[in-house]
Ligand binder design. Sequence first.
Ligand SMILES: Cc1cc2nc3c(=O)[nH]c(=O)nc-3n(C[C@H](O)[C@H](O)[C@H](O)COP(=O)(O)OP(=O)(O)OC[C@H]3O[C@@H](n4cnc5c(N)ncnc54)[C@H](O)[C@@H]3O)c2cc1C
Length: 481
Amino acid sequence: MAAAIVWFRNDLRLDDNPALEAALDAGHDIIPVYVHDPDGEGNAAAGAASNAWLARSLVALDASLRERGNWLRLFVGHAGPTLAGVAAAAGATSVFWNRRYEPDVEARDAAIKRALREDGLEVESFNGSTLFEPWALKTAAGGPYRVFTPFYRSAMARWSPSACGDAPPRIPPWESGPAGVLIDQLRLVPATGWDRSFWAHWTPGEAGARAALDSFVEGALHAYAQDRDRPDRTGTSRLSPHLHFGEVAVWRVVDAVESERGRVGDAHIDAYRRQLVWRDFATQLLHHFPHTAERDLDPRFERFEWTRARRHALERWRRGRTGVPIIDAGMRELWETGWMHGRVRMIVASYLCKHMRVHWRTGAAWFRETLLDADLANNTMGWQWVAGTGADAAPYFRVFNPVTQGVRFDPRGDYVARWLPELAALPVPLRHAPWRDPTQLVRVAPGYPSTPLVDLAEGRDAALLAYRRMNDARGIHESGS
Ligand SMILES: Cc1cc2nc3c(=O)[nH]c(=O)nc-3n(C[C@H](O)[C@H](O)[C@H](O)COP(=O)(O)OP(=O)(O)OC[C@H]3O[C@@H](n4cnc5c(N)ncnc54)[C@H](O)[C@@H]3O)c2cc1C
């Protein structure tokens, strides 16, 4: 009997796990390993909130393995030498893993694969996380897509998600080799206890992911197309952290959703499938345009006059004290739960990049630190989309008005009242613009800012002026060269 290391990464599940399946199919005993290697993951390393999720997900994975007669070995250090060391000490002949596509991780993994093969090990990697790997869909010219709609069409033309496969009841263990360290030694949990309030809202791990999927399919899926933009309702799947950590395979999500097509109707199923394809699009973009994690995809914006974020102002945005209720509600939802509704992500990002004219990188960094689902590809695409600097982006001159957005997507102000209870006593028409009646605002919520951090009309005008100057500068530059 031979042993294989199955290196778990962002695929923290036993069902539908191609690397695990391949190792079992080859008849190996299994050494499940997780290596905490933030340095090796570069700009894709998890932020504080995601690390807190990761700790719980690893514990859940270990428990599932133990139910099947095995256990998870944890290590801290550089992944390559760690895996080589474990393989040598345990006498393993193979190492299997599922691929990640963040550029820094891809580079590290390619080097690890080469080195382990040079050591004489069999090394295989698989697709465990996307419907289409970043190189699977190409434009007619053979290049990557920069625009979503043709990418989506191409995905639909080749739509054939993988079949699902449950893990076997027993995963044969391999006893020898290092036992690894205890979960606390990974130091993943914030020392301040900031994450404590998250867990009333989330259950990390494969069972939690399954429960979230079941509840979505039974509930919100039935109105997804109309409710997905409504932060005042549970209108979306809330699967994003589970998908980011691979606690459920995306093709199992597709399977569960598609199986309801007859009952739920095409509009909802198709709208949901489209969002899952956006996820693949983001992965594809980052893979082919790796610089976009730091720099604008649209190079014109290298000349844009972003303002230097003042600490005080930035802190008011981060902590939900801008005086614009929909923004503050979103930022407080994020701080309390580690998640923010997608529509509200767009509104808070727009306010930062346009009204405050702060570079999207600053906002993306805060999201990376505070989102449980922080994902380099989705986060980068989301911020660049809103900022107007990215692929297929909302043009910069389209500036979201947070009051109009609030009234449209949170018509009774319930979302605002939930996250800003101090404003709940205001009548509905004032909940999205409390500064319109300062007397009432002071009486009801004396501690809430009496005016917006940046006046909406002035901020918009200044943003548009900066945009025009960027374009004019380009004109001068181009005619002068
Ligand atoms: C500024 C900004 C930053 C963002 N940062 C992240 C991030 O770090 N991690 C993240 O997972 N998503 C991010 N998103 C995308 C989106 O907001 C979330 O995926 C979504 O809100 C998660 O909620 P859900 O699971 O209920 O979504 P649902 O509506 O139920 O969608 C199902 C799944 O599809 C995927 N998806 C949905 N919308 C998008 C999208 N626009 N782009 C890519 N994938 C999508 C997600 O995996 C999601 O779980 C960001 C969006 C913006 C505007």
